[in-house]
Design a protein around this ligand. Structure first.
Ligand SMILES: C[S@@+](CC[C@H](N)C(=O)[O-])C[C@H]1O[C@@H](n2cnc3c(N)ncnc32)[C@H](O)[C@@H]1O
Length: 364
């Protein structure tokens, strides 16, 4: 398996001491409750209180400030101590925030992931075993009876939708600015945004270049949401929609004009490898020597830091249990192999956009 040099060491050599390894194994055994304690320490404002206190807080003071019962505070604080979220001064019994607690509280990516994991995934992951065996998103059933989460996105409960879109936008939004420079270096007149979702990228494009036209290809119900979001926004008259279900092999890419750039951002991770092959083969049909296909993905092997690779390989299991049962965050070599099978070639890979995106530029 080919890994990026930065990840090489963490994944090829045993680097933990025996007690560290054992602690990690215990963290896994109690994973669900470790997660809930961390989440509630944020939600109940206890970590905020600890950060803002100069000399730390006793349990009684936390009870007074939060309105929680002494029992609730005791179990949360004792658990947090052993997880490593807080530290205690044994002379005064005052608690303070640890480094881990600080990150849990202040790292925006962690907050987005906590909301996503609690609101969207938590109950569904209970069905991971079934999903892995059957290749279908068994954990989606409690939200609705759709074959994949995408058909149901617009109908998810408000809080679930908020966390899903919060997660999705958080990652792609941070890369759009650098992506614009790469994509517009090809001077496109017409851009096809496949899986354009709510139109955030399309709006950035039409504002970046006052001539470019963008066509968003997405599921018809998603296009309705896109029209609502883009309505009245500057440049939206140059954003069009093309409804399609990419899982239906007979549905083709538009041939109404020459698309200089076919853009797929965080899109192919919604599909299994055979489905990607079918999508890319259909894309290749409308490409000529001047067209470029730009695939923006968070490839787990091309991350600089291990927490990013960790986040991505764990997120793969959201795809398994909730999204569709057969897709994932891909290794770049797996994606390149499918690109080649579809009759395309990788021209260049740009790494290090935003929080860990790469753009794989492909040509015919
Ligand atoms: C994860 S979102 C990516 C959104 C956006 N491109 C971004 O970078 O933030 C995936 C998009 O693919 C669309 N999609 C999923 N399955 C689809 C299908 N079978 N046919 C067409 N679009 C689909 C979803 O509706 C959604 O807009």
């Amino acid at each position: 398996m080919k890994l990026f040099p930065n990840l090489e060491k963490a994944y090829t050599e045993e680097h933990l001491t025996a007690p560290e390894a054992q602690s990690r194994a215990y963290m896994i055994a109690f994973g669900p409750i470790v997660f809930q304690v961390g989440r509630l320490m944020i939600k109940f404002g206890i970590l905020d209180l600890l950060r803002d206190s100069d000399k730390g807080l006793t349990q009684e003071e936390i009870v007074g400030k939060t309105g929680l019962t002494p029992y609730a505070v005791k179990v949360l604080m004792e658990g947090s101590l052993c997880i490593g979220l807080v530290l205690v001064d044994t002379a005064t019994d005052r608690f303070s925030l640890s480094k881990t607690g600080w990150f849990l509280l202040n790292d925006p990516a962690i907050r987005v992931n906590i909301d996503f994991n609690h609101d969207v995934n938590y109950e569904g992951w209970f069905k991971l075993e079934e999903a892995l065996k059957e290749g279908k998103p068994s954990g989606l059933e409690h939200f609705g009876n759709w074959p994949t989460i995408y058909e149901g996105l617009s109908q998810l409960p408000e809080q679930v939708k908020k966390s899903w879109f919060g997660f999705d936008h958080f990652y792609s939004d941070g890369s759009f600015e650098q992506a614009l420079d790469i994509v517009f270096s090809y001077k496109p007149q017409n851009l096809l945004d496949v899986g354009g979702n709510t139109g955030r990228w399309a709006l950035q494009c039409v504002n970046h270049d006052d001539k470019v036209n963008v066509t968003i290809m997405d599921l018809p119900q998603q296009l309705e949401m896109m029209r609502e979001f883009t309505k009245g926004q500057k440049g939206s008259e140059r954003v069009g929609g093309y409804g399609i279900n990419m899982l239906d092999d007979s549905q083709q890419f538009p041939t109404d004009k020459h698309y200089d750039i076919i853009w797929m951002s965080q899109f192919l991770d919604c599909f299994g490898e055979n489905e990607i092959l079918s999508i890319l083969s259909r894309a290749a049909k409308i490409m000529d020597a001047d067209s470029r296909l730009c695939i923006m993905e968070t490839f787990w092997d091309r991350q600089k830091y291990t927490p990013a690779a960790f986040t991505l390989t764990m997120t793969s299991l959201y795809f398994t249990a909730l999204a569709n049962g057969n897709s994932k965050m891909y290794h770049s070599s797996d994606m390149e192999a499918v690109v080649n099978k579809a009759g395309l070639k990788v021209e260049k890979i740009h790494d290090g956009l935003g929080l860990g995106h790469s753009i794989m530029v492909c040509k015919k």
